[in-house]
Every structure is written in C-alpha cells, then in structure tokens.
Write a protein that binds this ligand. Structure first.
Ligand code: PLP
Length: 316
C-alpha cells in the first residue's frame, strides 16, 4: 500500500478556476480582472520596447553561438569593400577557424603587450581606427582567453567611440561571465555599456564555465538591434533567418543543460545561490594567483611576476 494514501485531493486554485471559467465564457463583453499581468489598450500583453530589441537563439554552448553569429554575418552582413573580421592577437584558437569555415577572412588587432604583460591599447585602438569602415570586431567580453588581460572601463569607452566612428560591428564573445570578478553585472559591463550606447551588436554567450555545464552545451546567441522605430520588425526578420540557419545545421539544441540554466536564471533563490557559487570560483582563482605569485617571489624567481596578480580569470 502507498505511504501516501492519506493525501487528500487538493482543491483547484481559485484564480486558475476563475481563468478557466473566463475562457469558457462566450459573452462578448467579458472583462478579465483576475491575472496581475499588464495589458495594453487592446487588452494584449505588452512586449516592452526594450525587449523587442533583442532576439535570442539557444545554441550549442559558446562555440555554437560564435559559429551561428559567424554564419549569420557571412550571409547577411555586407559592406561594399572586402569584409574582414578583426580578432585579438592572440585569441581563443577556435575563433580563426570558426570564421574561416563560414568563408569570412579574419585578421588581427594588437592586444597583448609583452613588455608590460598588459594591454596594447594604442595598437588596439589604432588598428580599429585604420580598419576599413564597417569591419566586424570580435571582442572578449571579460577574462580574455588566453591572456587574462581586459580593457579598463575608460578604455572600453574609447573603443566604443572608435567603433561607432568607423561604423564597425561589435561581436562580443562572452564565455566567462562571472569568472573574472565573481560578479555577473561587473563582468558584463562592456556589453551593457555598448547596448546603452545604442550599438547594433551580437553576443555569443556560454554557460559552460559559469554554470559548470561543460558537456551539456548550453549557450545562447543574442542579436541586439539599435533603438529605432522599426527595431521590432528588424529583430523579427533576423530571428526568422537565425531559426532557418539553426534548423539546417542542428535542428534543435540540446534541452537538458538549457533547462538547468533556465531554472537557475528564473528562480530568485537559485539565482542568488549561483551568484554565491561564482564568487567562490572566482575567489579561488584569485587566491591561486596570489599564492603562485607569493611563492615565485619567495623563491626569488628572476623576473617581475606582478602580471599574475593584475591579469584576471583563468588565463595568464
Ligand atoms: N569563447 C572563448 C573565448 C572561449 O575560451 C571558449 C571556450 O574555451 C568558448 C568561446 C566556447 O566555449 P563553449 O563552447 O565550451 O561554451
């Protein structure tokens, strides 16, 4: 016999019952005053203008998101001159082959500065300045792979200026959000800034590292259109093309990891716990950096090792 024989049948939720009765009612002047969701003058749910700017597609982790973005740009982003994708020197090795696989030529912008083991900002900026107008610029959102060197906020602002002046297209690769500083907003600062500044851009987002879902392949590709009266129409058309590209290549992305990510992102308590987990992971990475640096100094290892502390994330 079941241990739960005494479990009574719960009454139906009164509000849900009312909703069902409302739906079933055929009276043409019926009014729904039950559900606490905002409606517009036509009693339709209101899709906020800010939401209309974003169209997102679930992808096969960050790699799939970069690939989908590359494929989309290869097909639809055209400028009069020969189009090139600018990648940081150095970058994640896969970037070059992902773009060449879809027929886009890539070149590099200076990034790492060996003498300081920091950012070659002048070289970076100068190359964006001399690049042909309308180039695609791939940017690591945070915790740059493989250098661990990120621009400062002031430097991001200057980069945004030149990208706007040259009508370049920013493509953010966001594979380590939360891994750099332990704070999701902090690590997405550059993306938020570009969006606030009204850029049209795209983002490849991975949940592999920050949710520890390496094998589940949970990721997202986001396209953000600039604020304009036809943003809704543009994103609708773009979403329809992205859907065809995904359909032709993978039909559907895997569900399991994405469901876990969705659960964590949509539940207040789980989300707070995730933020705590991120602080723990990034905190441990920082502690490892401090310990490694201290040991190198203690052993009087020749050279300056301060870059180990200045760089961020898992790479150095
Ligand atoms: N982008 C960068 C910069 C990366 O370092 C990685 C993984 O190492 C990815 C994207 C793709 O990650 P994944 O496909 O595992 O989500």
């Amino acid at each position: 016999a079941s241990s739960f024989n005494a479990v009574p049948l719960a009454p139906t939720d009164p509000l849900f019952g009312l909703m069902a009765a409302y739906k079933a009612d055929t009276f043409d002047k019926k009014v729904d005053l039950g559900v606490g969701a905002y409606r517009d003058d036509n009693a339709k749910p209101w899709v906020l203008p800010v939401v209309k700017k974003v169209t997102s597609v679930q992808t096969i982790s960050g790699t799939g998101a970069v690939h989908l973005g590359a494929l989309f740009l290869a097909k639809f982003f055209s400028r009069p001159q020969d189009q090139k994708v600018y990648l940081s020197d150095p970058t994640w090795v896969n970037h070059t082959q992902i773009f060449s696989n879809v027929g886009l030529t890539s070149t590099t912008y200076p990034y790492y500065h060996p003498p300081t083991k920091g950012l070659d900002f002048d070289g970076f900026y100068g190359t964006l300045e001399s690049a042909p107008e309308g180039s695609i610029i791939l940017l690591h959102a945070c915790a740059h792979n493989p250098t661990g060197v990120d621009p400062t906020r002031e430097q991001w602002m200057k980069l945004a200026e030149i990208i706007r002046a040259k009508k370049h297209f920013p493509f953010f690769d966001c594979a380590y959000q939360g891994f750099a500083s332990g704070d999701l907003d902090n690590d997405a600062w550059a993306i938020h800034y570009f969006v606030q500044e009204g850029f049209e851009l795209c983002i490849a987002q991975s949940f592999a590292k920050n949710l520890g879902l390496y094998g589940e392949r949970a990721g997202c590709f986001h396209f953000v259109s600039p604020p304009s009266s036809n943003a809704k129409e543009i994103t609708k058309r773009i979403a329809s093309q992205l859907a065809i590209l995904q359909r032709s290549e993978i039909s559907n992305p895997p569900a399991y990891g994405a469901r876990i990510a969705g659960l964590v992102l949509n539940d207040k308590k789980l989300f707070a716990e995730w933020c705590e987990n991120l602080r723990e992971m990034s905190g441990r990475i920082k502690a490892m950096r401090t310990a490694l640096h201290a040991k190198l100094v203690e052993l009087e290892t020749p050279g300056d090792w301060s870059h180990i502390l200045k760089q961020i994330g898992m790479f150095s």
